[in-house]
Design a protein around this ligand. Structure first.
Ligand SMILES: *Cc1c(COP(=O)(O)O)cnc(C)c1O
Length: 354
C-alpha cells in the first residue's frame, strides 16, 4: 500500500473561510473594483489574447508596465503566479539540502510552509513582545546560524508594523544571506527598497497585484532584483508560470497610474478611518484591548477574548481573521467599516469587562 511521506502526511488543504458572510474583512484584499472604463479595456485585452499559444515566458509586456508604474527597469523584474509562487521558487532554487532559512514570527505563514516543502531547515526568530523586529538580533541569529536566506514581510502581515528602510539596508549590508524582502503592503507605506536592488548583491524584493492594485483574482506577483539574481530567478521558475490572460489584463491595469494611485489613497484613508474608530471603541477597555499602529490596509488588535469576539462577529455576518489572541481586520468600504465598528462596540460591551 502506498503511504504518504512524513513531510505531507499531516497537511490539510488551504481552506479560506467558507460560508456566507456579507462583510469580508479577512483576506486583506482591496474593496475597490476597477472603474468601468478600465474594465472595458480589460475585456478587450482578454478578447485579444491568443489562446492556442503558450504565454510569453518572460511576461515582457506586463513586466514593462509594472516597471514603468514603479519607475524601475524591466531588466530587474520577473513575474510570478502570485508572489506566493515566487516565494516557493526562490526557496527551492536558492537553497540547497541542509541549508538554513531564517524567518520571523509572527509573520506570513507561507514562508514556513514553502521552507518545509523544500526540506530546508527553517529557523523562526520571535519578534519582541510589542511585535517589533530587533534587527541586531536578526543579524546575529542569521550569521551565527549561517542562514542562506532571510525572508520576512515589510510592512508585516499580520502585525501591520513596518521597519524603516535604513534598518533593512543595515541588515542587507551585515549578512551573507539572500534577503527576500516581501513588500506586499509597501504601496500603503513609503519605505520601499524597490529602486535600490542594484545597490545590493543579496536583495530580492517581492511585490504583489493582490492588495493595493486590486487584482487578487488574477494571481500576479513580481520579484525585483539585480540582473544577476534576475537571470537566476528567470532560469529556475517554470517557463509558462503566468498565463496569457493575466499578463494581458494586468498590463492594462498597470498602465493606469492615476487609477492605481487614487485607489491606494482610498484604501489608506479607509485604514486610517478604521484605525481611529477602533482606537475610539477600544478606549474604555485599555487593559484588555490593544490597537496597533498600522502602515498597511488592515488593523491588528490584541484582545483577551479574541476568539469570542471573532465568533460573535461571524454570527453578525462579518468575517475577520483570528490568530490566537489577535484579530486582523482588513479596511473595507465606509459602510463595511461602519458596520464592523458598530458590531465590535456592541460585542466588547458584552464580552470584555471595562
Ligand atoms: C497577500 C500577501 C502576499 C500576496 O500573495 P499573492 O500570492 O501575490 O497573492 C504576499 N505576502 C504577504 C505577506 C501577503 O500578505
Amino acid at each position: 500500500m502506498y503511504l504518504l511521506n512524513d513531510k505531507i502526511r499531516e497537511l490539510q488543504p488551504y481552506e479560506p473561510l467558507e460560508g456566507n458572510y456579507p462583510i469580508r474583512l479577512d483576506a486583506n484584499e482591496s474593496f475597490l473594483s476597477v472603474p468601468s472604463n478600465v474594465a472595458l479595456k480589460m475585456v478587450e485585452a482578454f478578447t485579444g489574447s491568443t489562446f492556442h499559444r503558450y504565454p510569453d515566458p518572460m511576461a515582457k509586456d506586463v513586466c514593462a508596465a509594472f516597471a514603468a508604474y514603479y519607475g524601475i527597469s524591466p531588466q530587474n523584474v520577473t513575474a510570478g503566479n502570485g508572489s506566493d509562487e515566487l516565494i516557493s521558487v526562490l526557496l527551492t532554487g536558492f537553497l540547497m539540502k541542509g541549508d538554513t532559512v531564517l524567518t520571523l514570527t509572527p509573520d506570513f505563514s507561507m514562508y514556513r510552509f514553502y521552507s518545509s516543502m523544500t526540506e530546508v531547515k527553517c529557523l523562526e526568530l520571535t519578534k519582541r513582545p510589542d511585535l517589533t523586529i530587533d534587527v541586531d538580533e536578526l543579524i546575529s541569529v542569521a550569521n551565527q546560524n549561517n542562514a542562506k536566506a532571510i525572508v520576512f514581510s515589510n510592512p508585516c502581515n499580520p502585525t501591520s508594523l513596518g521597519i524603516p528602510r535604513e534598518e533593512v539596508r543595515r541588515l542587507l549590508r551585515s549578512v551573507e544571506a539572500l534577503v527576500i524582502l516581501d513588500e506586499a503592503y509597501m504601496d500603503f507605506w513609503n519605505q520601499s527598497l524597490l529602486d535600490e536592488v542594484n545597490d545590493f548583491s543579496n536583495l530580492v524584493v517581492l511585490r504583489t497585484c493582490s492588495k493595493a492594485l486590486g487584482l487578487a483574482a488574477l494571481r500576479l506577483g513580481f520579484a525585483v532584483a539585480n540582473e544577476t539574481l534576475t537571470k537566476a530567478i528567470r532560469s529556475i521558475k517554470s517557463p509558462y508560470n503566468v498565463n496569457t490572460v493575466t499578463q494581458n489584463v494586468a498590463a492594462v491595469v498597470l498602465s493606469e497610474p492615476s487609477v492605481l494611485d487614487a485607489a491606494t489613497k482610498t484604501l489608506v484613508n479607509s485604514r486610517q478611518e478604521l484605525q481611529s474608530e477602533l482606537l475610539r471603541v477600544a478606549q474604555p477597555y485599555a487593559n484588555a484591548v490593544q490597537v496597533y499602529e498600522s502602515c498597511t490596509n488592515f488593523v491588528l488588535l490584541k484582545l483577551s477574548n479574541a476568539q469570542q469576539v471573532y465568533a460573535a462577529l461571524l454570527q453578525r455576518g462579518i468575517a475577520v481573521r483570528c490568530m490566537g489572541s489577535y484579530l486582523r481586520i482588513t479596511a473595507g468600504s465606509p459602510a463595511e467599516n461602519t458596520a464592523l465598528i458598530a458590531a465590535i462596540e456592541d460585542i466588547l460591551r458584552q464580552v470584555v469587562p471595562s
